[in-house]
Design a protein around this ligand. Structure first.
Ligand code: MN
Length: 317
C-alpha cells in the first residue's frame, strides 16, 4: 500500500469522516485537522469525529476546530479514515461508527498497528503527522499556514518538542518545511509545554514536593489523591506531564505516578529510562502500553498498591 493509493482513494470521495483516537492528543488532532483542511480546500466535505471533546489546552490553537461525537456523525459519509489509531480499541466509542462504512482507511505511525481497515498505511515515524504531510503532498494541496501548524502540532507533541529518542532526520526535515510554510513553532511549543493554569502549577508543586524514592533511588513515586484535586481546585487531566519530573532525576530508572481515580482505586502510570520494560509490569496488573510508557489500574488501599508496584518493579533490577 502506498500513500499515492490512499490519496487516489480519498480523491474518489466527496464526504469524508476523519477519526481521532480515544483521549485525543496533539498528534491525532493535528493529523485530523490538517487532513480536514486539505480535503476542504479540494472542495470536499470533511469532518472530524472523536469519542471525547478537544482538551482545553488545544483550544487556544485556532486551527483545531469542531470535533463531532460519534452519535452526531452517523451516516452521510462516503469514506472513513482513522489517523494515529494503532488498534480498533483506540477508536473507543467511535469504533461502531467506523466499521459501518465499507470504505475504511487507516493511516498510522505505530509499528504495532493492527491493520484493521480495508486500506492500511503504516510507516514507522516519530509522529503520524509526518505521514500526513506526505499524504497532503500526494493530494496536491497547497499547504496553508493552518495546515502547516496543524501538522507541526503533532510533530511537536509526539516528540516532546524534539526531545524524545524517536526524532529522526525526517522529523526535522518535515518540520523545517512547515516553518517555511509559515508555521509558528514557538507558539505551539509554548501552548503545549509552558503555558499552564495556576491550579495546575499549585498541584504540581505539591505533588513533586511529596515525591518519594525507593530501591536506592532507582524508583521514584509521585502520588495524587482526590483530596489534592479538591484542595487546589484542579482536575485529573491537569496531571498530564507530571511523571516527566520524577523520571528526570539522575539514578531513577522507573518513575511511577499513582493517581486516586475513585475511592480505593488507583490509576498507575509507569515510565522507564530504558533498562526496565514497564509494559511487562503493567500487564502483570491487567494493564498495558509500551516498553517505556505503560499504565494499569490497581484497586486497594494506597499503601498496598504502592508496595505491590515497588515489588513488581524491583524484581527486574
Ligand atoms: Mn502519535
Amino acid at each position: 500500500m502506498t500513500l499515492n493509493c490512499i490519496a487516489k482513494e480519498l480523491k474518489k470521495h466527496s464526504k469524508i469522516l476523519i477519526f481521532s483516537h480515544n483521549r485525543p492528543d496533539g498528534d491525532t488532532l493535528g493529523s485530523a485537522f490538517a487532513l480536514k483542511l486539505a480535503l476542504e480546500s479540494m472542495g470536499k466535505i470533511a469532518d472530524v469525529v472523536c469519542p471525547q471533546g478537544v482538551p482545553e489546552k488545544y483550544k487556544v490553537l485556532k486551527f483545531i476546530g469542531k470535533v463531532l461525537s460519534p452519535g452526531d456523525a452517523v451516516g452521510l459519509y462516503d469514506c472513513h479514515i482513522s489517523v494515529d489509531c494503532a488498534s480498533e480499541m483506540m477508536l473507543g466509542d467511535s469504533y461502531g461508527l467506523y466499521v459501518r462504512n465499507q470504505n475504511t482507511i487507516n493511516v498510522d505511525h505505530h509499528v504495532s498497528n493492527e491493520r484493521y481497515a480495508k486500506m492500511n498505511y503504516v510507516e514507522d515515524r516519530a509522529s503520524c503527522c509526518e505521514i500526513i504531510y506526505n499524504l497532503i503532498s500526494e493530494l496536491g494541496v497547497c499547504i496553508s499556514v493552518d495546515i502547516a501548524e496543524s501538522i507541526l502540532l503533532g510533530i511537536i507533541t509526539d516528540t516532546g518538542n524534539f526531545m524524545h529518542s524517536n526524532v529522526t532526520e525526517n522529523t526535522f526535515s518535515v518540520a523545517s518545511k512547515l516553518v517555511a510554510y509559515g508555521a509558528d513553532s514557538h507558539k505551539i511549543a509554548y501552548a503545549m509545554f509552558k503555558s499552564q493554569k495556576l491550579e495546575r502549577a499549585k498541584l504540581y508543586a505539591h505533588v513533586i514536593n511529596n515525591m518519594r524514592l525507593f530501591e536506592d533511588g532507582k524508583i521514584a513515586i509521585i502520588s495524587v489523591f482526590k483530596s489534592d484535586f479538591e484542595k487546589f481546585y484542579a482536575t485529573q487531566d491537569m496531571t498530564e506531564g507530571f511523571i516527566d519530573f520524577p523520571l528526570s532525576v539522575d539514578g531513577v530508572e522507573v518513575a511511577v505516578s499513582i493517581m486516586e481515580s475513585r475511592e480505593n482505586c488507583y490509576k498507575v502510570s509507569l515510565r522507564s529510562k530504558g533498562k526496565i520494560n514497564v509494559s511487562e509490569i503493567a500487564s502483570s496488573f491487567g494493564g498495558g502500553g509500551h516498553v517505556l510508557a505503560s499504565g494499569c489500574v490497581i484497586c486497594g488501599f494506597y499503601e498496598d498498591v504502592k508496595e505491590k508496584i515497588i515489588r513488581a518493579i524491583s524484581i527486574n533490577f
